[in-house]
Write a protein that binds this ligand. Sequence first.
Ligand SMILES: *[C@@H]1O[C@H](CO)[C@@H](O)[C@H](O)[C@H]1NC(C)=O
Ligand SMILES: *[C@@H]1O[C@H](CO)[C@@H](O)[C@H](O)[C@H]1NC(C)=O
Ligand SMILES: *[C@@H]1O[C@H](CO)[C@@H](O)[C@H](O)[C@H]1NC(C)=O
Length: 431
Amino acid sequence: MAVPIRGGRGASNSGGFNLRSFFSHRIFISALFSLLFIATVSVIFTTNPSTPHHDSALPTTGIRRTFLSSNPLKIRLDLIYKQASDHITLVNAYAAYARKLKLEMSKKLKMFDDLAQNLSDIQTNPSYRGALFDSTSPLDEDVLRQFEKEVKDKVKTARMMIVESKENYDNQLKIQKLKDTVWFKMRPMERGAHIEIKAVGDFRFLNSSYVPLLKQQDLPSSENRGDKPKDTFVLNHVRFYLPDMFPKLKKIVFLEDDVVVQKDITGLWKIDLEGRVNGAVEICFGSFHRLGHYLNFSHPLIKEKLNPKACAWSFGMNVLDLDAWRSEKCTEEYNYWQNLNEDGSLWSGGPLPPGLITFYSKTNPLDRSWHVLGLGYNPSISMDAINKAAVIHYNGNMKPWLDIAMNQYKGFWTKYVDTEMEFVQMCNFGL
Ligand SMILES: *[C@@H]1O[C@H](CO)[C@@H](O)[C@H](O)[C@H]1NC(C)=O
Ligand SMILES: *[C@@H]1O[C@H](CO)[C@@H](O)[C@H](O)[C@H]1NC(C)=O
Ligand SMILES: *[C@@H]1O[C@H](CO)[C@@H](O)[C@H](O)[C@H]1NC(C)=O
């Protein structure tokens, strides 16, 4: 979705500030990476040589006590101490990382914190300090061995924890980066708009015991959907769970990701849906885009419930009355039909066919100037209609950001693209 902001492209008045915070955040992230990297490298470096005899050239910086480099026991002590210190740094870096990412992993976070503390406790343990660090007499090899064993145990735990967490952190970091910085922080909305970005994973009820589609995907029999990447498929259908996703909301305007909002759409809010659930523009003309085109009317259940000549409407820009939705139990209706369509015999394709069934006789037509469609496939849309539209929709394959875009429509999208934004440049739109 692209939403023009009053005053032209982006938030130019405050762009400087946001750019700065974006960069400082990036620096923070990359510093964190470097820190982890350096810590990891130094750990590998210090732990590889397991026999101290070859190590007289290793640096011994960072330790308060001065050692006689000729004493192998002291070199060994030095190395163990450093190994402990490096792992404290490493574990602390992971803990900070977990905190930064606000992971729902308070248990892991606590373990990292504990581990750093435990390592540091070993280092400062009075009996070790007395025998190994603060004494001028020769080192006791037994105490040193004990010290080494304790450190190595904790180091082993640290390594295991890091290996376990790494993948999780990498994925979380990517999501968080997108959430925190890249887009909306650089484009603060005017008039106090509140922005929240959610992932499907944030909604625990979207699981296979509640969502038929997810259950069907888990079954080997669902070959008819095998070619669809699971996430895209699910994202196409989460719209049917909006009242569950936003239990406190009574009404929403739903915009797909391939639309451009060209005008103020607050007027949509005042439209009377006459008690119906879904406000949408109709897309039929002549005999085209009637329900018969989208659903299998040879199937008795479809034939029984619907009129094949009824006009289809479109998703893309919809006003949805969530209270009416809840009382009409539309999600249950959708689940019911989705269960019936497990073998794909009622319809195939995206969310529109089940939408047409779910909101059948619960849809109120909107004036067509609210939502002009077809910019991704229809070469003959009137420019006048496009210019007057509140929302234009690039449904179809010829999206304006692709090489196959239709030139005559591309400009309506590109004029809002902030080509100076680094993130956008990475997308390689070829503008
Ligand atoms: C740290 O030490 C405490 C007390 O000895 C122990 O209960 C805890 O399991 C240790 N934590 C880790 C992560 O090793
Ligand atoms: C799946 O969703 C249902 C409600 O829709 C919920 O009761 C259940 O706890 C969820 N299962 C998991 C594993 O989150
Ligand atoms: C349409 O429904 C009929 C009756 O159930 C069925 O025989 C037919 O295979 C279905 N068509 C498709 C394309 O699935």
